[in-house]
Design a protein around this ligand. Structure first.
Ligand code: GLU
Length: 480
């Protein structure tokens, strides 16, 4: 039997990393077995609808390389793939269960349901309309009394299923309320329509968050009522976050960025995010390898590698993955991302391409570009201590002499490239019987005006260009 999985998000406006991990695992599970992967949009909760949210989902899947075989925009044999476009289907299937005695019309008013609740607002349905006579139902329907359709739960016994991650789950049927399948406005509930869709779409493996672990027996009962074969369930443990005090709780905004889009906006690469979250709850067998492309993941992923202990999202680890991914980016792709940022931040005359190259191995996220180039964007206030360097035996006085000495030579350099500048300064050091290190130190501090820089003196001069470099050196001499 070939595997069919699906990702069935509710369009809430952003893609939580936990949801993205669910999508990824569901996708990988099917692709590791040459199966099919479906995207279905679960938008029947009209109150929670957010405009443009479906686009966010589709865009995220596209950016992460999670391509679906069937779904909105792509089509397929089981459409439509947006639940709000499938309302007649749910109605039809709900009626089938009414006919077979597994569901019933409920005409209870909101006031009556309210009265069933205790002082804490807790209280379930009491089964009041379970056994209405045919005549009563006909009469109510004819009178146009609003109704919902409820699932008729067995009153005795228990329902079990075996989850692939958590093992056997059993619920006493007496604990199950007669949940609503179709609401008074004709919209189905998630509890009902996802089962109908999973069946009609041929889904063999339901992969989702573990918040559905204990409600799944109810869904199993729906499968049983229809006489359909139940799917295999794969519930995933929650993604957790750790706060500054070391307390662990469900990953939320107070831990950091939690949506895919925010991470991308913060300078993370989709490939790095995917690689990292693939390992949050799954590990490959027989290897300690941590780096996987999507194609490699499709090969090595297997259900046996899933863990039921909650994974903690570690932002430092993601940062590390990202820095490794940035280092590995081919120059062209790196520049595609880095150069627009540099162009926006840097003043005219800066050699953006060269500056980008200096930063390539020195940033962990693209957002860090901004932090690294403050000294390029403006002339920082000078701290005189910077001129004092033990190793190169420099003092502010010595640096002043060096700068005054090499300035005329630099003004005469016509090929303002790192190589030429380096050779010229080295020659200058030899001619003036100074250590090359001392000369480079003086020039680098004068030009950059900070101690730690991406690149050395002559690389930075190339970045700044002749005019700005000379000006900075003159300015430094005056200060000194
Ligand atoms: N729409 C549900 C959610 O976003 C899907 C759960 C499921 O995959 O069945 O939580």
């Amino acid at each position: 039997m070939s595997i069919v999985t699906r990702f069935a998000p509710s369009p809430t406006g952003f893609m939580h990393i936990g949801n993205l991990r669910t999508a990824l695992y569901s996708y990988l599970l099917s692709k590791s077995k040459d199966g099919k992967f479906i995207l279905r949009i679960e938008d029947t909760d009209q109150v929670r609808l957010v405009e443009g949210a479906t686009d966010v989902i589709i865009k995220t899947l596209e950016m992460t390389g999670i391509d679906y075989d069937e779904g909105p925009g792509v089509g397929g044999d089981h459409g439509p793939y947006i639940q709000s476009e499938r309302l007649p289907i749910y109605k039809e299937y709900a009626e089938k269960l009414v006919e077979s005695g597994h569901a019933y019309y409920c005409f209870c008013t909101a006031e009556r349901l309210e009265s069933l609740k205790d002082e804490n607002g807790i209280g379930g349905y009491d089964g009041h309309c379970r056994d209405l006579s045919k005549e009563e139902i006909e009469k109510n329907l004819a009178a146009g009394i609003p109704y919902v359709i409820r699932q008729k739960m067995p009153l005795e016994g228990s329902t079990s299923y075996t989850d692939m991650v958590y093992g056997e789950v059993t619920i006493e049927n007496a604990e199950l309320r007669d949940q609503i399948m179709i609401k008074a406005d004709g919209y189905p509930t998630y509890n009902f329509c996802h089962v109908v869709d999973d069946y009609l779409m041929g889904v063999t493996h339901v992969v989702r968050g573990n918040e559905y672990l204990t409600s799944t027996p109810k869904y199993c009962l729906l499968y049983d009522a229809f006489g359909w074969e139940r799917p295999t369930y794969v519930h995933l443990p929650l993604l957790m976050g750790k706060d500054d005090e070391g307390n662990v709780s469900k990953l939320s905004k107070r831990h950091g960025a939690v949506s895919f889009q925010d991470l991308v906006n913060n300078g993370y690469l989709p490939e790095a995010i995917v690689n990292y979250i693939a390992l949050l709850g799954w590990s490959p067998k027989d290897t300690n390898e941590e780096f996987f492309t999507m194609d490699e993941l499709k090969k090595v992923f297997s259900m046996e590698g899933l863990s039921k202990s909650p994974a903690v999202f570690d932002y430092e680890k993601l940062r590390w993955f990202n820095s490794e991914y940035i280092k590995k980016l081919p120059e062209e792709s790196y520049e595609e991302k880095a150069l627009p940022i540099l162009t926006e931040l840097c003043p005219k005359g800066i050699n953006i391409k060269k500056l980008g190259a200096l930063l390539h191995t020195r940033i962990a996220t693209f957002a860090e570009i901004k932090d690294q180039i403050g000294f390029v964007v403006e002339r920082l206030p000078m701290e005189e201590d910077l001129y004092t360097n033990k190793k190169n035996k420099t003092t502010p006085e010595i640096c002043k002499e060096i700068l005054e000495g090499c300035l005329p030579m630099l003004e005469g350099v016509s090929d303002w490239s790192n190589d030429t500048l380096f050779a010229s300064l080295k020659q200058f050091a030899e001619d003036t019987e100074r250590k090359a290190g001392a000369v480079m130190w003086a020039v680098r501090v004068a030009v950059a005006r900070q101690a730690v820089t991406p690149g050395g003196a002559t690389e930075l001069m190339e970045v700044f260009g002749k005019e700005e470099s000379i000006e900075r050196i003159k300015f430094a001499i005056e200060e000194l």
